[in-house]
Design a protein around this ligand. Structure first.
Ligand SMILES: Cc1cc2nc3c(=O)[nH]c(=O)nc-3n(C[C@H](O)[C@H](O)[C@H](O)COP(=O)(O)OP(=O)(O)OC[C@H]3O[C@@H](n4cnc5c(N)ncnc54)[C@H](O)[C@@H]3O)c2cc1C
Length: 418
């Protein structure tokens, strides 16, 4: 089957969805290709919340957040998210190809002629003026021959992978929440919760590399989202390692639940309500672009003439690739950059003329990526990529030739406070 669109986007996670919405609203005919049977990426099948990070006002990220999070909460209602994200794409007349894996590309002289995908009806070819890789792993860019980096500069290790889950059956009188390493929470029996987590990790009640069990509010006092499982030193691009991790990490869910039941007052009757349907990958490939964002850029709150995301804000949140905890400075609070910008050049892949990158696989270092990977910032990048793709398509020019001033004007006209 052959298809032709103005803009084709691989990956319907937060970045891909924002890109698709913006490109369509800018007047392009858009296809969005997703390997799973559901849109949303980590925001649905990955069970990831809260929606962290911030950017300037007026982006699609705020619109999406309002649609998927209950009022006054930044934690998504995942069932609502599954529906609302699909409805947003449907109402925009975007052609969404579910259960369709992007597998390859035909590239001539740096120009993608078409990309290949495989779905239930077999092989599909997609032609487009502009393609966007929003797969998180940079699958399309790599199929096009783009260069990439993975993990730490020193040893290529990436942040640990995890499965998020939700527990139910908590005594509503117990208000225990734990979002950060620096939270200090006294349990009703007088013990300190973080201290309990650390000791339990040491004495084998919790897995050795799980020394904090983060508990987030879902808005329901009898439930908590749990962010705790992790497996270190995994190559997230190796399917066999992913299966071994699936066995290990799903076992951790059981162990962590037993810990909470036996150790935490008010949690005696909890059960696992639900969990991510797929392993959560925090970090994999980072495609090399015309500009490589660094931690220094972020820490100094750097702005650029071609800024397409403004006032992005989140800590350098590197979960320890080697073991338990956060590794950047071995202190409780990871460093927090000043609000920073992302330049258009960081989403233009070196060597390819008609593709942009969006989301966590854009061009940056391991350290910088640990900040802009969060969903609010990923969505803002996606929106900018969608705008740029559509503007380039309607002018029949390559994204690299597009004046970033036009993208900025367009986003400002859309209400983004760039
Ligand atoms: C365990 C964990 C906890 C996290 N905690 C938080 C948090 O609390 N708050 C926060 O804001 N962020 C958090 N993050 C980070 C955040 O979820 C991601 O960085 C963010 O979702 C990136 O968005 P994305 O659209 O780039 O990628 P993704 O959400 O990964 O979406 C990529 C999409 O592309 C699809 N895809 C991949 N390959 C292909 C292919 N070849 N063909 C077709 N489709 C493809 C995937 O199925 C997916 O739908 C966490 C991440 C993990 C893993």
């Amino acid at each position: 089957m052959n298809y032709k669109y103005d803009v084709v986007i691989a990956g319907a996670g937060p970045a891909g969805i924002a890109a698709a919405l913006e490109a369509s609203r800018t007047g392009s005919k858009v296809a969005l290709i997703e390997r799973y049977g559901i849109v949303g990426g980590n925001l649905t099948s990955g069970y990831v919340g809260p929606v962290l990070g911030s950017v300037c006002k007026g982006t699609i990220a705020s619109e999406i957040r309002e649609r998927v999070c209950p009022q006054n909460s930044d934690c998504p209602d995942f069932e609502k998210a599954k529906y609302e994200l699909a409805v947003m794409l449907y109402e925009e007349n975007i052609d969404v190809f579910l259960q369709t894996l992007v597998t390859g590309a035909k590239v001539t002289d740096g120009v993608i002629e078409y990309i290949e995908a495989f779905g239930k009806s077999g092989k599909m070819l997609f032609e487009a003026d502009i393609f966007i890789d929003a797969t998180g792993d940079g699958d399309l860019a790599v199929a096009c021959g783009c260069e990439y980096k993975i993990g730490r500069e020193s040893d290529a290790l990436v942040q640990p992978i995890s499965i998020m889950f939700t527990i139910t059956g908590i005594d509503p009188e117990q208000k225990l929440l734990c979002r950060h390493e620096e939270d200090y929470t006294i349990l009703s029996d007088g013990r300190e919760y973080l201290d309990l987590c650390h000791k339990s990790s040491k004495n084998g009640v919790l897995p050795e590399n799980v020394n904090i069990v983060r508990l987030y509010s879902t808005g329901n006092p009898t439930e908590r989202m749990v962010n705790a499982t992790q497996r270190n030193r995994v190559n997230p691009l190796d399917p066999k390692e992913l299966f071994a991790s699936e066995v290990d990490v799903r076992g951790q869910i059981m162990q962590i639940t037993r810990f909470l039941r036996s150790e935490v007052p008010g949690f005696e009757n909890i059960t696992v309500k639900s969990s991510a349907s797929t392993m959560g990958v925090r970090e994999s490939r980072r495609i090399i672009g015309d500009y490589v964002l660094t931690a220094d850029d972020l820490m100094n709150g750097r702005e650029y003439p071609d800024s397409i995301v403004h006032r992005a804000h989140f800590s350098l949140d590197i979960h320890n690739p080697d073991g338990a905890g956060q590794s950047v400075s071995e202190v409780a609070c990871p460093p927090t950059p000043k609000p920073y910008d992302i330049p258009y050049r960081a989403i233009i892949p070196v060597g390819i003329q008609n593709m942009l990158i969006a989301g966590r696989c854009i061009s940056g270092t391991h350290e910088a990526m640990s900040s802009y990977r969060v969903m609010t910032i990923a969505m803002a990048i996606g929106q900018a990529a969608g705008a740029a793709a559509s503007l380039a398509s309607s002018r029949s020019i390559r994204p690299r030739m597009l004046d970033a001033g036009l993208i900025r004007e367009h986003l400002i006209m859309r209400g983004v406070e760039l």
